[in-house]
Design a protein around this ligand. Structure first.
Ligand code: MLT
Ligand code: MN
Ligand code: ZN
Length: 305
C-alpha cells in the first residue's frame, strides 16, 4: 500500500486566509520553522496505478497537480482516481468534489447519512449520476475501495458538519459533539499486508477505538488542536476543540495520553489547525509530540508501510 498525504491542515488551511494568530503569523512572514499546508485529503493505492481519495479538500485540484501519480495518463480523458471515500460531510472534506465534475467516472463511497447531506445540496448534482456512482457503505462492513484494497468504516465520536448546526439547534436546542454514528467515521485500509487507519476527526478516545488502532502499521489521527482552549487563548474565537468535535493532542484526555504505549509503527497527526503550536518546528509542543512517538504530517508526505 502507498498513501500520499495530499493535505494535512484542518478547516481553514495553514495559514488561514484571514488569520494572524501567532502560528499563522509565522507562516505569513516566511519563518522557516513552519510549512504551508492545504486541508486534509489523502490518496491511497496498492499498484500505484489506481488511486482512491479519502476525503476531498477544497484544494483538491492543486493537490492532484502536486502528485504525478494522480495525473491523467494515456487517453485524452483519464484519471488514475477511480474512487473517493468520505469520513464526514465537513466543508474541508467534501468541497473538493465540486471540482471533480468534468464527466469523469468514479465511485463516491460514504455512509447513508453523509450521502444524505450531499443529496440535500443540489450543488453536488454537478457530479452527474451517469459518471459518478454514489455508493452507500454500511458501518463495519468491509468493501473493496480499489481492486486489492479493502476498506471498512467505523463510527468515531463526532458531530454533524458546522453548516448543519443551526438546523440541529432549532430541532434539539444544542449540538451533540461526541455522537457515534454515521455522521463521522474512521477508515481502516488493508491490502492484506499493511493496515492503516485514517481518523481525521475524533471527539474522544474509546476503548473500542483504541483496540481497533492497536497493531496497525500506521494511524493518521485528528491533530486539530494542541490544547482544548487553544483558539480562545490565541484570540481567534470562542470555541473549544471539544465543541468542534476534536480531542486535543495534550492533556489527560488528549490523544498523546490516549494512545501512549500502543503498538502502532507510525502515529501521524493530520487535520492540524492553524493555531496549533505543534505546527512549528522546535516548539515545546512539537518536541513533546515527537517524544511521545508522533509525527506531524506535512503535505507531500508519502507512507509506504
Ligand atoms: C472541523 O473539522 O471541525 C470542521 O472542518 C470545521 C469547519 O467546518 O470549519
Ligand atoms: Mn475539519
Ligand atoms: Zn491562524
Amino acid at each position: 500500500m502507498r498513501l500520499h498525504i495530499l493535505g494535512s491542515a484542518a478547516g481553514g488551511g495553514f495559514p488561514q486566509w484571514n488569520c494572524r494568530c501567532p502560528v499563522c503569523t509565522l507562516a505569513w512572514e516566511g519563518d522557516p520553522r513552519v510549512r504551508r499546508r492545504t486541508q486534509t485529503s489523502v490518496a491511497v493505492s496498492v499498484d500505484g496505478e489506481r488511486w482512491a481519495l479519502v476525503n476531498c479538500a477544497p484544494e483538491i485540484l492543486s493537490q492532484i497537480q502536486a502528485v504525478p501519480a494522480l495525473h491523467p495518463k494515456g487517453a485524452r480523458r483519464h484519471s488514475p482516481i477511480s474512487a473517493v471515500l468520505l469520513t464526514n460531510a465537513d466543508i474541508d472534506h467534501v468541497a473538493g468534489l465540486l471540482s471533480l465534475r468534468e464527466s469523469q467516472p468514479f465511485v463516491l463511497n460514504a455512509t447513508a447519512a453523509i450521502h444524505g447531506v450531499l443529496a440535500a445540496n443540489s450543488a453536488f448534482d454537478v457530479l452527474a449520476p451517469d459518471y459518478v456512482e454514489r455508493r452507500t457503505v454500511g458501518l463495519e462492513t468491509t468493501f473493496e475501495l480499489l481492486p486489492g484494497l479493502k476498506a471498512s468504516i467505523f463510527p468515531v465520536p463526532g458531530k454533524i458538519a458546522l453548516y448543519l448546526e443551526s438546523g440541529e439547534i432549532r430541532a434539539h436546542g444544542e449540538v451533540a459533539t461526541a455522537v457515534e454514528g454515521e455522521q463521522t467515521v474512521g477508515v481502516e485500509l488493508s491490502d492484506g499486508i499493511a493496515r492503516i487507519l485514517f481518523i481525521p476527526g475524533c471527539a474522544r478516545m474509546t476503548d473500542e477505538l483504541r483496540a481497533r488502532i492497536e497493531g496497525a502499521d500506521a494511524v493518521l489521527f485528528d491533530g486539530t488542536v494542541w490544547r482544548d482552549d487553544e483558539m480562545v487563548l490565541a484570540g481567534v474565537g470562542t470555541k473549544t476543540g471539544k465543541r468542534m468535535g476534536h480531542m486535543a493532542m495534550s492533556g489527560p484526555e488528549g490523544s498523546i495520553a490516549a494512545l501512549s504505549g500502543i503498538n502502532v509503527r507510525r502515529k501521524i497527526y493530520v487535520h492540524i489547525n492553524n493555531t496549533n503550536p505543534a505546527l512549528v518546528e522546535g516548539t515545546p509542543e512539537r518536541l513533546a509530540a515527537q517524544a511521545a512517538g508522533w509525527e506531524v504530517a506535512e503535505d507531500g508526505m508519502e507512507i509506504r508501510p
